[in-house]
Design a protein around this ligand. Structure first.
Ligand code: OAD
Length: 233
């Protein structure tokens, strides 16, 4: 660990699972309850906007009743105490990393607590429903959509993510199945750029073979122990 200065962490739904937020692909997960094609594509939104808005209104309401768990808190402590570069790239659209106190967080798949106005292209903080077609606080148009990256859309801030991966000495993937690209490819990108790679997940992910090391178990236990290790506690 002594040569590690720059760390990039990728988190997925598994990091929020113990806070009571459903993952996507585990048994009973969100994509077993709903078809991606019905709720998570631009075509679905064009076809049946009420269905899509209702789906995200429910999720937006639900995450506000959840609390960060020990894994979020451990990553926030790492963010506070790590003097080198650190970037927490999250696929999660909840705000539990931030509520735990983490600052260096990048939401590559968007955020439930933002609304995106397709008329003026401004994103505004948003906690309530969108189904009733509220006016954009910026321009007044009733054209707000969830600020969520749907299938077929480009994840956010890819240039910044690749810059960080290029500089990384250590890449750690936490609580993600490795099923969705481009995030699933970051481990290979990081390796090519010369980083060490570590997986922390409940079970082997689809990309587990690409990691130098993989530890399997619940995020609350694994992440807390790993952060202690990194901080030399
Ligand atoms: P998935 O549901 O695909 O994977 C969650 C992973 O977390 C699985 O590998 C589980 O084994 C693991 N897991 C479950 N509980 C855990 C726990 N307590 N501790 C540690 N690991 C645990 O979720 P993601 O990989 O995040 O995209 O999914 C990626 C993207 O697919 C999401 O961002 C979302 C989805 O479609 C969009 O909505 C754009």
């Amino acid at each position: 660990m002594k040569d590690i200065r720059n760390i990039v962490i990728l988190t997925g739904a598994g990091v929020s699972a113990e806070s009571g937020i459903d993952t996507f692909r585990d048994g009973g997960g969100l994509w077993e309850q709903h078809r991606v094609e019905d709720v998570a594509t631009p075509e679905a939104f064009a076809r049946d906007p009420d269905l899509v808005l209702r789906f995200y209104d429910m999720r937006r309401e639900a995450i506000q009743t959840k609390e960060p768990n020990a894994a979020h808190l451990a990553l926030a402590r790492l963010d506070r105490e790590w003097e080198g570069e650190l970037l927490i790239v999250t696929q999660n659209v909840d705000d539990l990393h931030e509520r735990a106190g983490a600052k260096r967080v990048l939401h590559m798949h968007g955020e439930h607590l933002n609304a995106w106005c397709t008329a003026c292209d401004v994103r505004s903080p948003w906690t309530g429903p969108l189904l009733d077609r509220p006016a954009c606080p910026e321009c007044g148009a009733a054209e707000l959509r969830p600020d969520i990256v749907w299938f077929g859309e480009m994840p956010y801030r890819m240039d910044e993510i690749f810059e960080a991966l290029e500089q990384a000495d250590l890449f750690v993937s936490i609580g993600t199945s490795g099923a969705v690209y481009p995030a699933a490819g970051f481990v290979r990108n990081a390796r090519e750029f010369g980083a060490e790679t570590l997986e922390l997940n409940l079970e082997p992910s689809q990309g587990t073979a690409w990691f130098d090391e993989a530890r399997h178990g619940p995020a609350t236990a694994l992440v807390s122990a790993w952060v202690d290790e990194v901080l030399g506690l």
